[in-house]
Design a protein around this ligand. Structure first.
Ligand SMILES: Nc1ncnc2c1ncn2[C@@H]1O[C@H](COP(=O)(O)OP(=O)(O)OP(=O)(O)O)[C@@H](O)[C@H]1O
Length: 816
């Protein structure tokens, strides 16, 4: 050993390591940071771990309700994001969702930093089906063959495409990426050599798309820069800085008071004290969308509470003649949302009606100036939702009804809907439509079409009052390039998003965020069971709410007949959900003359659940027959229903949905799909129909005191299932099994007490006919017991204390 040289050499090594670590740490929150991690994974190892109950991250920790610091927050969320990413990659492989593997030839390669970019030639149809950021498995053997595991393979990411048949795939094949794993080092070296071999042949399998997870990863790492991070970390509301409170114009207040109930008014005005985070809980049918419309009117037109006094001060100092170009700067000065607690608009208030110098001549005491096409300073608002459909519902409502201006009159604010899969009804405000319009009006411009489209895109984005995007798309590059950040972010269905997903729009510079949702309905779908068990599916909304953060609860429902709303209101909302005025009259229907058609009816069918062929879901044939019989009976008796599309059939299980669809197809022919909407409960969240028939499927009785009805027992799923119907909710199930769950049992009790519990007696097809005639069912039973006619109105039966619902045959419909 040459001792003389050891010191400096080691010093240099440590310096290099420190340098490398520092650069790795600083780039960790970038897309490359995530790619560096994911592309070093051994796909088959992850799969083995998963089949043994493990995952990508060996020791996951449950998420706490609050965090010590921003670093602690990032540190705890990181493994869960990675775990979910691993599960996403495996999912396709397990469920056979993704395409079959394809053959690819490596045409050439090049190194880019620590990554290797391989140019792979694939059939044009494959190239077309792959998207940028798709994770792919490149393997020497067919991944479906027995020999594939352990052979030469690596996870890559589609970086870009060339022509019609070349995809550029990025790999991370450095020995450092496999630190501490000699087998891994061997694998990546062999892989690198393989890709460097001229025209080497491979199998390529698409795993999943990484775009959303990449955006969440970047947002997570931007969390330490959030202005209101301490509120999110501690999960406690900060003290309210009342001196900076905003008010809304009197006219707006009056116009809204006529349209909004008290809880809606409280919700839409909750941000006027400039609290950075506001939670609005909207149980089913409580006017969440209407509340968001009101919120937008207020966000766009609120002004500082102390405007009147300041106006006098401003009047004493005549305003200079402002050039048009200064307006944006002035707007920023005037905007209350931009600057947290110290708000410059409290110092200088500008009022007026146009952009001329007269604007600042204090013409109108009530109206603060805005910059843009309409008058007065306005906030730049981003409205997000987890899904395209939820988002387009808001956009459609905005287009239909507009928002209120400072006079309380409705007008159309400038809106842009960015992103993909825009519903045709809102296409008029889609980004591409607006760009095309603008380009047409600016024909003859010297700049290239591409550059001017880009310029137009940014201008539209910055000029719009309201920008609408899905949560994921708000992480797209164009938002980062904006020079005018968003002041306020409104997130609809916020309880249906994992927390890192909610961060994506928040890190775009806003000062205030409104989370609107309902944690008592279904949460985000998390693919990884492990991540789910460790709290990853808990939304930010739910985490804050369960920590005692104040929540504005919308407390009046306008959707359901009161007899449908009664049980969910009592069970899931602690009785704090009242019925809107006129809702009973508005949801009463002729078919309610027969209690078996609602408003609420439960039908016990002694069916048996069965596992469907692919063993991934469950069905129940007897229940499907009963559902079809109910529908046919309704149709036969109320002819207008035979052409109505106001009937939905929902079930927790996909296999049951499939079975029901085929039964309806058989019975109704090609019009079946238009007439009856058959869907999973999860797919029906946020929707409603006049009549909803709910098939619960499960029939396995509890054993050893343990419920065996799977996720049908999830109260959020039950809540969604029971709150989709406006006029009639007809539940078909094996209640002998379902009663093992406390909520289901309570529902059965409720149905018995209110005389709408029916035990279906085979043959099913005839049963309903006899019920309607009064020969069977609770009414007949009561009538018989009281020696009266079946159709004489009866008092409600007494509540019984029945330890076992099914041992007491008298309790059911016994008139057979
Ligand atoms: N204050 C109100 N007074 C009368 N009707 C109202 C009021 N608020 C909402 N509604 C009615 O309630 C129904 C549901 O409202 P809206 O469509 O805004 O809610 P949503 O967000 O779509 O539903 P959900 O609460 O299920 O998410 C609509 O028919 C609406 O007209």
């Amino acid at each position: 050993m040459q001792t003389g040289q050891t010191g400096p050499a080691l010093g240099q090594v440590f310096a290099d390591i420190r340098g490398t670590l520092a650069s790795l740490m600083s780039s960790k929150g970038t897309p490359e940071g995530l790619q560096r991690i994911i592309l070093s994974w051994d796909f088959w190892e992850i799969e083995d771990n998963a089949s043994n109950g493990g995952g990508v991250i060996p020791d996951l920790e449950a998420l706490p309700k609050s965090f010590d610091s921003a670093e602690d927050y990032v540190y705890r969320f990181e493994p869960l994001v990675l775990e979910e990413c691993g599960a996403l990659m495996l999912r396709g492989n397990e469920e056979g969702i993704q395409s079959e593997p394809f053959q690819a030839v490596c045409a050439s390669h090049k190194l880019k930093g620590e990554f290797l970019l391989a140019r792979l030639a694939v059939p044009p149809s494959v190239a077309e089906s792959l998207r940028e950021n798709d994770a792919v498995l490149l393997s020497k053997e067919d991944p479906n063959s027995e020999d594939a595991e352990g052979r030469l393979h690596a996870i890559g990411r589609v970086d870009s495409k060339e022509g019609t048949n070349i995809i550029i795939v990025q790999f991370h094949l450095t020995a450092e990426s496999q630190a501490g794993n000699p087998a891994g080092v061997q694998r990546v070296r062999a892989m690198q050599a393989g890709l460097q071999t001229k025209e080497s042949c491979w199998y390529l399998l698409r795993l999943c798309n990484l775009t959303t997870i990449q955006r969440e990863w970047c947002a997570l790492h931007a969390f330490p820069k959030l202005p209101f991070r301490s509120t999110l970390l501690s999960a406690t509301a900060p003290d309210k800085p009342q001196e900076h409170a905003l008010v809304i114009p009197e006219a707006v207040q009056q116009a809204m008071a006529a349209e909004y109930n008290e809880s809606q008014m409280a919700a839409v005005t909750a941000g006027l004290d400039r609290s950075p985070v506001i939670l609005i809980q909207g149980p089913p049918g409580t006017g969440k969308t209407r509340t968001i419309m009101g919120l937008l009117s207020i966000i766009l037109h609120a002004a500082p509470a102390n405007t009147a006094g300041l106006v006098k001060r401003a009047a004493a100092q005549p305003m200079p003649d402002y050039a048009r170009g200064d307006l944006d700067r002035l707007w920023r000065l005037a905007s209350p949302w931009l600057s947290g607690t110290a708000n410059p608009r409290d110092e200088v208030v500008m009022i007026g009606t146009s952009h001329s110098s007269e604007t600042f001549g204090l013409l109108d005491m009530e109206q603060p100036i805005r910059v843009g096409k309409t008058v007065g300073p306005k906030a730049h608002v981003l409205v997000c939702a987890p899904s395209n459909s939820a988002l387009d519902e808001i956009v459609a409502r905005l287009l239909q009804h507009g928002v209120l201006d400072w006079r309380g009159d409705s007008y159309s604010p400038s809106i842009v809907r960015v992103g993909l899969s825009v519903h045709h009804s809102v296409m008029s405000v889609a980004m591409d439509t607006l760009i095309n319009k603008r380009m047409q009006s600016e024909k003859g411009s010297a700049s290239s079409a591409r550059a001017s489209r880009e310029k137009a895109r940014m201008a539209i984005l910055e000029e719009a009052d309201i920008v609408c995007s899905t949560l994921s798309f708000s992480g797209a590059g164009l938002f980062e390039r904006m020079s005018r950040p968003f002041d306020v972010v409104v997130i609809d269905e916020a309880a249906q998003a994992v927390e890192p997903s909610t961060l994506v729009p928040m890190v775009l510079g806003c000062q205030q965020v409104f989370l609107v949702g309902d944690p008592v309905q279904l949460p985000a779908t998390v693919i990884s069971d492990r991540a789910d068990k460790h709290g990853y599916s808990t939304s930010l909304f739910k985490r804050l709410q369960t920590s005692g953060f104040p929540v504005q609860m919308l407390d009046t429902q306008y959707r359901m007949h009161p007899r449908i709303a009664h049980f969910p209101a009592a069970t899931f909302y602690a009785g704090n959900l009242r019925n809107g005025e006129g809702v009973e009259a508005g949801t009463s229907r002729t078919w309610h003359e027969h209690p078996c058609f609602g408003p609420l009816a439960l039908f016990h069918v002694d069916g048996t659940e069965a596992i469907e062929e692919r063993a991934t879901s469950i069905l129940n044939v007897a229940e499907a027959s009963m559902v079809l019989s109910l529908y046919m009976e309704l149709r036969a008796r109320y002819s207008h229903l035979s052409s109505s599309n106001q009937i939905a059939v929902i079930s927790p299980y996909k296999a049951q949905v499939g079975l029901l669809r085929s039964k309806f197809d058989e019975a109704l022919g090609e019009r079946a799909r238009q007439l009856v909407d058959v869907s999973t409960i999860d797919g029906f969240q946020g929707r409603e129909k006049d009549i909803v028939i709910f098939s619960a499927v499960r029939s396995t009785k509890s054993k050893g005191g343990r419920s065996r009805i799977g996720f049908v027992a999830d109260e959020r799923r039950l809540n969604v299932g029971l709150t989709r119907a406006r006029a009639s909710l007809l539940v078909v199930g094996n209640f002998q099994a379902l009663q093992s769950d406390a909520n289901w049992r309570a529902l059965v009790q409720h149905a018995k007490v209110t005389g709408c519990f029916y035990r279906v007696v085979p043959p099913i097809a005839q049963y309903l006919g006899r019920v309607v005639k009064g020969e069977l069912g609770p009414t007949a039973q009561k009538a018989k017991a009281q020696g009266g006619s079946a159709f004489v109105p009866q008092a409600e039966p007494e509540v019984e204390d029945d330890a076992d619902l099914y041992s007491d045959a008298e309790d059911m419909d016994t008139a057979q």
